[in-house]
Design a protein around this ligand. Structure first.
Ligand code: ADP
Ligand code: MG
Length: 339
């Protein structure tokens, strides 16, 4: 008797969910990225109990066509790439086609959506990957996803979650980075009925930095711009006085995607090295535009890492742009000694 079987769809989705959806913040990340990819300029995120009982994301993007509804929650189904070659030039945040199938496998999902070309919208419900239902309803253009009772059918995973306050904190950090990475989108974040973040979407990065990080950071900002070949960077960095004991303020975005990169962190930290103490990290909001053919975003399911084909050039660009911005400034604050 053969010992090997092909897993059923539900089991496959649960395994994928283990990689992509490790906590409520991951659900929010995937759904907001979908809203951004759908061309929205206003996105509202509402959570209850750290996102464990409820996550609601509302956007004013393209909406989903009724013909596409059977595919939305299927694994490896996406409107963003068609062939393996497209992987070499991904310009959207999503492309793996596995977020929604993963989320639906481990929660109860309600989707309300309408495209501008249609008269009525659709409400679709799916729980644990099945028990589906579809009905037509009146609703505005755009899409709302409601995710209830995350990990209700995977108690082991639920046990791994931290307290609702801690989980809400992760989501709050994520919302701040999303807002900063897309200054042209008006973001609203509501936690347990309270508005925690509201950006205007006026495309002014400095306004958003002020909104998110407050006056203490904003009053020490230096504007940066740099270019090397086709690669461009803009943004703000803070004078070394705004240093922290962790890298939470050291943010950089590649084509609007928040990522982690040892290469970029090193370029930033080397530029700051003469001015900042050991184990202290600067505030940066560095926005890099790079040819999609020069990067590989298909590295990790959570899409937090990127491979660079021109790593050395990028390192030099970031290092020198920051070094030039920092050099020759009054960087050491005058110390007033009082007795
Ligand atoms: P991916 O983002 O990698 O394509 P997902 O599972 O996240 O995969 O989403 C599947 C598909 O559902 C997307 O390709 C897109 O066509 C559609 N979709 C998801 N969310 C939205 C949204 N908010 N607005 C419009 N279409 C959406
Ligand atoms: Mg997606």
């Amino acid at each position: 008797m053969s010992k090997i079987t092909v897993l059923d769809e539900h089991t496959i989705n649960q395994i994928a969910a283990g990689e992509v959806i490790e906590r409520p913040a991951a659900v929010v990340k995937e759904l907001v990225e979908n809203s951004i990819d759908a061309g929205s300029n206003a996105i509202t995120v509402e959570i209850k109990e750290g996102g464990m009982s409820l996550i609601r994301i509302t956007d004013n993007g393209s909406g989903i066509d009724e013909e596409d509804m059977p595919y939305v929650f299927l694994r490896h189904s996406t409107s963003k790439i068609r062939t393996a070659e497209d992987l070499l030039k991904v310009s959207s945040l999503g492309f793996r086609g596995e977020a929604l199938s993963s989320i639906a496998a481990v929660s109860q999902v309600e989707l309300v959506t309408k495209t501008s070309g249609t008269f009525t919208g659709i409400r679709y419900q799916i729980a644990g990957g099945d028990e589906k239902s579809l009905e037509h309803i009146g609703c505005p253009d755009g899409t709302t996803f409601i995710v209830r009772n995350l990990f209700y059918n995977t108690p082991a995973r639920r046990k791994f979650l931290k307290s609702p306050v801690t989980e809400a904190g992760y989501i709050s950090d994520l919302m701040e980075r999303l807002a900063v990475s897309h200054p042209g989108i008006a973001f609203k974040f509501i936690n347990n009925g309270q508005i925690k973040l509201h950006t205007s979407g006026n495309n002014n990065l400095k306004d958003i930095i002020y909104n998110v990080y407050g006056r203490d950071v904003t009053s020490h900002l230096l504007e940066i711009t740099g270019k090397s070949g086709q690669t461009e960077m803009v943004g703000y960095i803070a004078k070394p006085i705004v240093s922290r004991g962790n890298r939470n303020y050291e943010n950089y975005f590649i084509n609007g995607r928040y990522i982690k990169s040892p290469l970029i962190s090193k370029a930033i930290e080397e530029a700051y090295r003469p001015y900042i103490m050991l184990h202290r990290y600067p505030f940066t909001s560095v926005h890099i535009r790079i040819d999609t053919q020069l990067i590989d975003v298909n590295v990790h399911p959570a899409k937090l890492e990127i491979r660079f084909k021109n790593g050395e050039e990028l390192y030099q660009l970031i290092y020198h742009t920051l070094k030039n911005a920092l050099e020759g400034r009054e960087l050491i604050p005058a110390v007033t000694l009082t007795k």
